[in-house]
Design a protein around this ligand. Sequence first.
Ligand code: HEC
Ligand code: HEC
Length: 275
Amino acid sequence: METTLPRCAAAALVLLAAPALAQTPAPKADLAAGQARAETVCAACHGANGVSVSDNIPNLAGQQPAYLAAQLRALRSGTRKNPLMNAIAAQLGDADIVNVAAYFGSLQPGYPGAKSELLPTVAKTQVAFPENYKASFTMYQTVNRTDINQVRYLWANPAALQAAREGRPMPPGAVLVLEQHAARLDADKKPVTGSDGYYVSDRFLAFAVMGSGAGWGDAFPEMLRNGDWNYAAFGPDMKLRTSVNQAECLACHKPLDKSSFVFSLEPMARVAKAR
Ligand code: HEC
Ligand code: HEC
């Protein structure tokens, strides 16, 4: 009974302090909701345990929740720039941010060098290499990538071209191929430009392919899903590069929902209409 008095006093103090606290409501984190979001979406890159899947993606486990929340707000508003995270954070509400920040903050930090596996859903792709694309597809666009000294050739199959011509969304069966080439460099290590204004190819690097099929998008959470597109990268040998994280393709193309998730829809439509 001795403790009754001090307890009452403490309770009174809390009551007195309550109106002041109410002016700065710290939203209460829902750890279970944070975990659900983390395991379905964030896990594709940061690992379900907050230990990321690759060297260019930060670990989040054990980081300060307030720091994580502040970064997510900056990534959402665009004051911190990263194409993948800007696309993800744009889809997070205020409560979402508090919940995932609290959840990742509650996890044990990873060991140095530890990596998580790719999520099975994004490790799997339905896209097969379109063996005869040079015979049946149309090359509709060349892109100089001044930032990485690459020249890229973009090809579309007949189903994609027809939809682009008619101004319809990309249908199931659409396939787009992007050839990546390293530009030839001159003695000053500057890319050599051909008479057409595009870099001259020095060597072929890789294929990035997107293909659409009925129900192919069902495997992904809505925050990553690009309609029914699946993505894949292939080496010069046309073999699937299994280490590529499809979540990165999905996240970067995600903001293009108004143009069927395709960056180059306009030039594709122009070329399709001219044919
Ligand atoms: C497609 C891959 C991908 C997905 C999915 C993804 N992230 Fe990220 N995230 C990144 C990359 C890449 C960075 C590094 C950004 C940079 O370099 O500025 C990052 C950075 C962050 C940061 C900043 C960390 C720091 O140390 O400053 C936070 C916080 C974060 N992500 C939270 C999340 C949350 C929460 C989710 C799920 C809702 C999520 N991310 C989903 C790729 C992803
Ligand atoms: C960081 C952002 C980013 C990521 C990640 C990304 N892309 Fe793209 N993608 C682009 C941009 C920008 C273009 C337009 C052409 C260009 O600039 O090279 C493009 C174009 C394409 C095209 C031609 C159709 C179109 O949308 O214009 C294909 C096919 C493609 N990407 C496949 C992939 C695949 C496969 C991956 C994953 C292995 C991937 N992309 C990852 C930004 C990205």
